[in-house]
Design a binder for this molecule. Structure first.
Ligand SMILES: [Fe+2]
Length: 471
């Protein structure tokens, strides 16, 4: 188990001295007899400034990043712990005592976890799903509860709006702490994690340890932006879908794709019968706003914040350097899902599904849908669009209405976690099974044969949709 936390600096301009991050732990709440330490690292990042055309301000902030990994813990056991330092240099502040429960020796055949995407902090996003997810976690993880404990959370990008826009990032992490203190949350990057300068520095700094949970059978990706892990009957894979949308990020396409193929090759379906892929940008969606140029991300140059955003100078150079045709800047005429229906563009969905287009011969590279077919990926959880949208099992546009051994993945947009505004839907796709613009989060229970997804309102956990995918 890795425990990570951030220490804010009193003086943001000062680079903090390297200190020691300490986790004290034990099996008795009143006797934390063991201790593990690691050196702190410093994260100095540029804060975002929405008043400038390139989004980068001139204010630097410095944080002390703490991450300590505990090994050789007894299985299926409550472990109590504290962390330090939690204060600025010179402070001796120690956290309260927290607790997590370790996994059993044999992976559980049934698991319960939460998932969401596109969610802000509670101060600036009143509708964020955090309170309900905290409440549900406490309810299910109460020792007297008869429900399956929640042992994992998944957040698929666009975290806090934004991690580099203070104080949202720190507020968000503090809001999540009632859950993250007790069980792991794994994150994936979205376009808002690029930071103002495409360094992903806040994302990488805050979640550096998460890919240490790499799946047993594949190779560790070495990146917290694309990685995998096994949890009970699930092999979960996180990918960075900005690679298909930002020319600044295109450079990861090949490394990420090659890693993904070897990871899929190594999955043992007897151990993890379900493969769940998670990426921020959807492959099937019907949001009207999914077509807009604003969803391309931060332009390198604009000719005016209020006016029309024109194509920046040198737009697409990252893709062209790889011999690939860049996405259409406005994403309106980019390879429609169906040439007869412009409503179904869904951002760069076609490029993610079928691959980038070679400038040399028009062939497609780095497409995900062929991998979904070959390796029988079961579910794609995604976000970016601020709504909830579930498809029937669908592959290459062909769908079946049965969820019983469909041999096609179900795509679920769960970007309804609580962003700054909802994205409205256009015409429904033929593969659409359910759509909602209400703020909501995702609750999943699965075993070796069943994947049961329940979508619950952010306000009171009323169920608005559910389906069971059977093996
Ligand atoms: Fe997004």
């Amino acid at each position: 188990m890795s425990v990570s936390w951030t220490t804010l600096q009193d003086s943001p301009d000062n680079i903090p001295p390297v200190r020691t991050s300490t986790v004290r732990y034990g099996l008795n709440k009143d006797s934390l007899i063991d201790k593990v330490t690691s050196p702190t690292t410093s994260m100095r990042t540029l804060t975002e400034d929405l008043s400038t055309y390139d989004y980068c301000g001139n204010v630097w902030e410095t944080r002390e990043m703490n991450s300590v990994t505990l090994t050789d813990l007894p299985s299926d056991t409550d472990v109590y712990y504290t962390v330090e330092p939690v204060g600025a240099p010179g402070s001796d502040d120690v956290s309260p005592v927290y607790m997590f429960h370790t996994m059993p020796e044999v992976p559980p055949s049934e698991i319960h976890f939460l998932a969401t995407a596109d969610m802000g902090d509670q101060d600036t996003h009143d509708w964020a799903s955090i309170n309900e997810m905290v409440r549900e976690s406490e309810q299910c993880n109460n020792p007297n509860s008869t429900t399956i404990p929640i042992t994992l959370g998944l957040m698929i990008g666009d975290i806090s709006y934004n991690l580099d826009l203070p104080p949202s990032g720190d507020n968000f992490m503090a809001d999540m702490a009632p859950m993250t203190q007790n069980y792991p949350w794994q994150y994936g990057p979205g376009n808002h994690e690029a930071d103002c300068n495409y360094t992903y520095a806040n994302y990488r700094g805050r979640f550096a340890a998460q890919n240490l949970t790499a799946a047993k059978h594949g190779e560790n990706s070495g990146s917290s932006r694309w990685y995998s892990f096994d949890h009970g009957p699930m092999h979960a894979i996180i990918i960075d879908t900005d690679a298909w949308g930002f020319d600044e990020v295109a450079y990861i396409l090949e490394d990420q794709y090659n890693w993904l193929v070897q990871d899929l090759e190594a999955v043992d379906r007897d151990v993890t019968p379900f493969i769940v892929l998670l990426g921020h940008r959807p492959m099937y969606c019907s949001s009207v706003t999914g077509q807009q140029g604003s969803h391309l991300g931060y332009p390198k140059q604009m000719d005016g914040w209020e006016g029309k955003i024109s194509e920046p100078l040198n737009y697409g150079e990252g893709f062209r350097n790889l011999g690939l045709k860049p996405p259409d800047f406005e994403q309106r005429r980019t390879l429609q899902h169906d040439d007869n229906d412009d409503d179904l563009a869904c951002g760069v969905s076609d490029l993610i599904r079928n691959g980038m287009i070679s400038e040399v011969d028009g062939s497609r590279k780095y497409g995900i849908e062929p991998l979904m077919e070959k390796y029988e990926i079961d579910v794609y959880l995604t976000g970016h669009e601020h709504n909830y949208e579930r498809t029937y099992p669908v592959l290459n546009g062909e769908f079946t209405k049965s969820y019983d051994s469909p041999k096609k993945p179900v795509h679920v947009v769960i970007g309804s976690g609580g962003a700054y505004g909802t994205d409205e839907f256009g015409s429904a796709g033929p593969w659409d099974a359910f759509r909602s613009t209400e703020w909501s989060y995702t609750d999943i229970v699965m075993n070796m044969t069943h994947f049961h997804l329940t979508q619950k309102l952010a306000t009171n956990s009323t169920i608005i949709d559910e389906f069971v995918l059977r093996k």
